[in-house]
Design a protein around this ligand. Sequence first.
Ligand code: NAD
Length: 431
Amino acid sequence: MNTQGEEMLQTAQNLIRQTGKTLNLSDADIQKLITPEHSHEAKLEIKLDNGSKKSFQAYRVQHNSNIGPYKGGIRFHPQVSLPEVQALATLMSIKCSVAGIPLGGGKGGIVVDPKTLSEAELERLSRAYVRAFAEFIGEEKDIPAPDVNTNGQIMSWMVDEYIKIKGGSTSEEQISKWRGTFTGKPIEIGGSLGRTEATGRGGVIALKELLSKLGSKFQASGPKPTIAVQGFGNVGYYFAEIASKEGFDIVAVSDSKGGIIYKNMEPLDIPLVMKCKKEKGTLSGCYCSGGVCELKGGRPISNEELLELGVDILVPSALENVIHKGNMTKIKAKIVVEMANGPVTEEAHDYLVEKGVYIIPDVFANSGGVTVSYLEWKQNMENEKWAEEKVNTRLLELMTQAFESIWFKFEKNKGSLKDAAFQVAIERMIT
Ligand code: NAD
């Protein structure tokens, strides 16, 4: 049986094959688009706190650099495998291309459960990763970033190690460029303002662009379009917060323990819901029927129920494959914004599109994050620090342009927005 990584890789490669055929590409061109340019592997040996040594398998896959340097996160997870890293690198090539940023696709990973390591061990492992792959990465070659279980702190150790390898202190401009080898850094060492909110903000931009194209074809069920958001982490929270400021009614949100909704689907006060979640630990502690509580009149809702609500717009922002064969017939939303990676299975996607649902595909919907990572890199390359407003304005411009290209293809070739996004991406990658 195929592993999950192998299945992901096959899905990504099949999408490229199908798109290549639609675009009348030669078999040789399709093969080139599927095959990664480089696959690097290393065994990282570190000293544990108890004095013993342990090695960890590590990867860096560089998929396609036709448009620019490779870009993609580094994942620390026990299930990391070469096919999974290759699949994720392939999807990064598509994502950067469709977003219209001058970067290619890469991805890295270490097979490790970071919860089993002390902070000092994690630092030694992060630095060992950089030593192993230093000759292959660089601000003009390959630009890693955080991914699952990696964060700004890990990027700080990695940048520091990289600069040590490159020769230590030199001009401020050179240091800034070397820092551009990693994105998702803390602000003090060259991170960008606006990065934390960027994925959610980009999703709202994508939704507004679609609505402006649909015009009167989209009729909201009430005075304002209603939205249910599954997942209340970085992506789901900022999507909900920004969308409510932009004139949408967020009527339900959920986290891994379940969600919350008012009895008559009145809009939620998103900052208040977050305040309550922080205090209580989960959203499920944030409702009550009477008594003293923050969200009076709220009731709990399961994650399954949330997906099937009669809302105008559904925003899965947590896990993959949550809309599938088993629940696709119960989805009532007219628009689905794929903020998580792969939340709608292929079968459910085709069924819903056939039914007339517009699905904004993940490769575009959640590309606000990588777009602002590109802006972080650009600031580092030019030794500049932009105000948050400038970052947000550039994000809006880039995502609006990207959507124009997708919509043009969608109107020309019909099919789905996902087909159109892949066509845009692949045409750019081969020319
Ligand atoms: P996160 O860890 O900050 O938040 C995840 C949220 O999902 C949490 O609220 C968690 O409680 C919730 N969750 C977990 N299991 C759930 C379940 N069974 N049902 C409902 N909710 C559940 O992660 P994130 O950074 O917000 O990422 C969310 C998704 O977006 C992932 O698929 C990620 O790959 C994708 N994504 C994130 C970014 C980014 O910039 N953070 C960029 C692109 C894509």
